[in-house]
Design a protein around this ligand. Structure first.
Ligand code: S3P
Length: 450
C-alpha cells in the first residue's frame, strides 16, 4: 500500500466472538506526532532523537520523503535519529514523493516544501489520489507557491516552491489540523508572522512540537471565540529528543473491544491524552464506559495516561458537532460501540468524514447495515445508530475501501456479534497499527485469516 505503482496483496480477515479480554498493552506510537517529529527534525539543525516512533507504512513513507529531501533519517536499536538540513535547506528530490495512503504526510509536506525554491512532485495510492488537496493549494498560492495538479486539486501534483513566500492571515474554511499545519509550516520558512484562524480547535501537535524545537508560536482567542495561531518565520530550529506517546486513535480499538466484552479488564499504557484528541473517550464515559485514567503525566509536552478499561453496558448518547475535531478519526469505532449500546446514538457534523481515507460516513453506515444494525445517514451528514443493548447480528462481509480504520472497527465489531464479521482486506491496517491482529489476539480476540 505504500507504493502507488504496486498493488498490495489483499488480506481478508474474520473476527469471531471472544471471551473476556485481559492484559496490558502499549499500542504503537501516535501517527500525527510521528509524522511531525520526522518533518521538524529534518528542518532543524543537528540531530533529533525519536523514541517510540510509529513504524507504520504512512510514517515510513514520511521518513523516506525526508531522506529524498536531503535529511538523514534512520533507526538503530528502536531509536530513530534524524539529521536535519536546517530551515530553508531542503533539497529538490530527484524522484516523485509517494505518500502512500497518508493525507497528513502529503498535506504537511506540501506546506513545508512550498517555501523552498524547489519543485517537488507528490503522488499517493488509490485512496490518496482521490482526496482533496485544493484545501492546501488555496492558502499556499496566496503565500506565493504554485501548483500543477489534476482536476479538482488532486494528486499527482507538482509543488513549485518559492523562497519569496509572504506571510498571510488565513481563516480555515474547514476544521482541519492538516490545513492549519500546512500553512504554519510554509510560514515557518517565510519572513514575518503567519497566522491561521480556526473557529473550532483542531489538534495542536504542530504548535506544541514547533515550540519544542525552538520556534515562536502564539495562540490568541479572538472576540468570536476563534483561535488565532501565529508562527514567527525563520527561527533557528534545534534538534531535540522526542518521546512519542501511544496513539489514542489506535488505543480506541482495544478500548472499545474491552468495553464490549463482559468481564474484560485491559490496561492501555502511555496513551496520548491531548485534550484536542480525546473526544472519543469523553463520549464513551458519557455512554457509561468504565474507563479509569491512571497515572496522568506529561511526556515531552504532551499529556499521557494509562487507561484501565472494563467491560461495560453502554447507552446511546447525542454527540455534538463541535466535538468532531477532537475525535474525527474515531467515529467508525464509536459507531461500532453504539451498535452494542442500549438506545440511539446520534453523531452530528460528520461532513469531514466523507474525505478521509474513504468516505467513512458511507462505509460505516454500509458496514453496520450488513451486520444487521439499524442506521440512518442524515442529509446534514449525521449518523444515527439504533442499539438494542444486545449484540448485533454480524455476519457481514465488510468493504474496507483502502481504509485502515474501517477494517479495525469491523474486526472489533465481530468480537461480540452473534455471527463472525469478515473484512475484505486488512492490508491497510499496517499504515497506522502494525501488529494489530497479534496484539488483539494476545488480549483474547479471535481474529484469523479467511
Ligand atoms: C491529522 C489530522 C486529521 C486526522 C488525520 C491526522 C493530523 O485530519 O483525520 O488522521 O495529523 O494533523 P484533518 O486535519 O484533515 O481533519
Amino acid at each position: 500500500m505504500t507504493n502507488a505503482h504496486s498493488t498490495p496483496a489483499v488480506r481478508p480477515l474474520r473476527s469471531s466472538v471472544s471471551g473476556a479480554l485481559t492484559g496490558t498493552l502499549r499500542v504503537p506510537g501516535d501517527k500525527s506526532i510521528s509524522h511531525r517529529a520526522l518533518m521538524f527534525g529534518a528542518v532543524a539543525m543537528g540531530e533529533t532523537t525519536i523514541h517510540g516512533l510509529l513504524e507504520g507504512e504512512d510514517v515510513l513513507n514520511t521518513a523516506a520523503a525526508m531522506r529524498a529531501l536531503g535529511a538523514a533519517a534512520a533507526c538503530t536499536d528502536g531509536v530513530w535519529r534524524v539529521r536535519g538540513v536546517g530551515l530553508g535547506g531542503l533539497a529538490e528530490p530527484a524522484q516523485v514523493l509517494d505518500m502512500g495512503n497518508s493525507g497528513t504526510a502529503a498535506r504537511l509536506l506540501v506546506g513545508l516544501v512550498a517555501s523552498h525554491p524547489i519543485t517537488t512532485f507528490f503522488t499517493g495510492d488509490g485512496s490518496l489520489v482521490k482526496r482533496p488537496m485544493a484545501r492546501v493549494i488555496g492558502p499556499l498560492e496566496k503565500m506565493g507557491a504554485s501548483f500543477v495538479s489534476r482536476a479538482g486539486g488532486r494528486l499527482p501534483m507538482a509543488v513549485l516552491g518559492s523562497d519569496k513566500t509572504v506571510p498571510i492571515t488565513y481563516r480555515l474554511p474547514v476544521p482541519s489540523a492538516q490545513v492549519k499545519s500546512a500553512v504554519l509550516l510554509c510560514g515557518l520558512n517565510t519572513a514575518g508572522v503567519t497566522t491561521v484562524i480556526e473557529s473550532e480547535p483542531t489538534r495542536d501537535h504542530s504548535e506544541l512540537m514547533l515550540r519544542h524545537f525552538g520556534a515562536t508560536v502564539s495562540v490568541e482567542t479572538l472576540e468570536d471565540g476563534a483561535l488565532a495561531v501565529s508562527v514567527t518565520g525563520q527561527p533557528e530550529l534545534t534538534g531535540r529528543t522526542i518521546h512519542v506517546p501511544a496513539d489514542p486513535s489506535s488505543a480506541a480499538f482495544p478500548a472499545v473491544a474491552a468495553l464490549l466484552r463482559p468481564d474484560s479488564e485491559v490496561v492501555l499504557t502511555d496513551v496520548g491524552m491531548n485534550p484536542r484528541r480525546t473526544g472519543l473517550y469523553d463520549t464513551l464515559v458519557e455512554m457509561g464506559a468504565d474507563i479509569a485514567f491512571e497515572n496522568r503525566r506529561d511526556q515531552a509536552g504532551e499529556p499521557v495516561a494509562d487507561l484501565r478499561v472494563r467491560g461495560s453496558r453502554l447507552k446511546g448518547v447525542v454527540v455534538p458537532a463541535d466535538r468532531a475535531p477532537s475525535m474525527i478519526d474515531e467515529y467508525p469505532i464509536l459507531a461500532v460501540a453504539a451498535s452494542y449500546a442500549e438506545g440511539t446514538t446520534v453523531m452530528l457534523g460528520l461532513k469531514e468524514l466523507r474525505v478521509k481515507e474513504s468516505d467513512r460516513l458511507a462505509m460505516v453506515a454500509e458496514g453496520l447495515v450488513r451486520c444487521g444494525v439499524k442506521v440512518e445517514v442524515g442529509a446534514d451528514d449525521s449518523l444515527t445508530v439504533h442499539g438494542t443493548g444486545r449484540p448485533p447480528q454480524g455476519g457481514g462481509v465488510i468493504a474496507t475501501a483502502m481504509d485502515h480504520r474501517i477494517a479495525m472497527s469491523f474486526l472489533v465489531m465481530g468480537m461480540g456479534s452473534v455471527e463472525p464479521v469478515q473484512v475484505d482486506d486488512s492490508a491497510f491496517i499496517d499504515t497506522s497499527f502494525p501488529g494489530f491482529v497479534g496484539l488483539m489476539n494476545g488480549l483474547g480476540a479471535k481474529i484469523a485469516g479467511v
